[in-house]
Design a protein around this ligand. Structure first.
Ligand code: PXP
Length: 241
């Protein structure tokens, strides 16, 4: 299976919103990421609009030459926007206003009806739906009933863990990937991945796409976003050799 990279460019917008300027230009960043060879552009339109704005979503949709992956909460407002913008992929994420970043995966069991309704509407609009979930066997077993063809495994706990806890979390990701693959669900992964920890995850054979943002944008401060993206792509390319 090939391994693709989606680059999350939210934090280019974070820098812009910090001062309310028109720079750094999100579209310019997107073009450089595409030129570096990324397979998808990922953006998250949050309810509080802390980084990506509605106008950004439309501008990116218009100019994006790769797959566009829109991350969104399972709310009517966000699903309406997605059905209007028509990204290639929509990744449903849990969202809390006060969180620093997406903390934890969706509770597919606890919010089954809401996630299923959103998934069905997005499916009907021709958008491929992915559910951002923990590497938890019970959660994954419910995904076929929701009707989403893709999951994105939350790697944040793995990224933050140390020692034995990291090994245990890695095992959970492997088991979750195997189960999802057996169920015919495409497995993506993301969150907290950086230039140190990505190759371990990239080596898991069932994983087909990684979505990485913060570490690439942070590296871009020193080497530029095209180079930062290329370096990450090289890690993905060599992870399974
Ligand atoms: N995948 C999902 C579903 C996310 O919500 C995020 C963060 O917006 C990412 C991937 C990227 O995470 P990071 O910025 O830590 O690389």
């Amino acid at each position: 299976m090939s391994l693709e990279l989606g680059v999350n460019i939210d934090h280019i917008a974070t820098l812009r919103q910090a001062r309310g300027t028109t720079y750094p230009d999100l579209l310019q960043a997107m073009i450089l990421v595409e030129e570096a060879g990324a397979d998808a552009i990922t953006i998250h339109l949050r309810e509080d609009r802390r980084h990506i704005q509605d106008a950004d979503v439309y501008a990116i949709r218009k100019h994006c030459r790769r797959r566009l992956n829109l991350e969104l909460a399972a709310t009517d407002e966000m699903v309406n926007i997605a059905c209007d913008v028509l990204p290639n992929d929509a990744c449903i994420v849990p969202e809390k206003r006060e969180e620093l970043t997406t903390e934890g995966g969706l509770d597919v069991i606890g919010s089954f009806e809401r996630v299923k309704t959103s998934t069905m509407r997005l499916n009907q609009a021709g958008i491929r739906v992915s559910l951002f979930i923990e590497p938890d066997i019970e959660q994954i077993k419910r995904v076929p009933d929701i009707g989403a063809p893709v999951i994105e495994l939350h790697t944040g706990t793995y990224a933050n863990a140390i020692g034995d806890a990291k090994k245990r979390e890695f095992e959970r990701i492997i088991k979750a990937s195997e189960l999802a693959d057996e169920l015919g669900i495409q497995v993506n992964a993301g969150h907290g991945l950086d230039y140190e920890n990505t190759q371990m995850i990239a080596a898991i054979p069932q994983i087909q796409e990684l979505n990485i943002g913060h570490s690439i944008v942070a590296r871009a401060v020193f080497v530029g976003i095209k180079q930062a993206t290329s370096e990450m792509l090289e890690l993905l390319r060599t992870a399974r050799l």
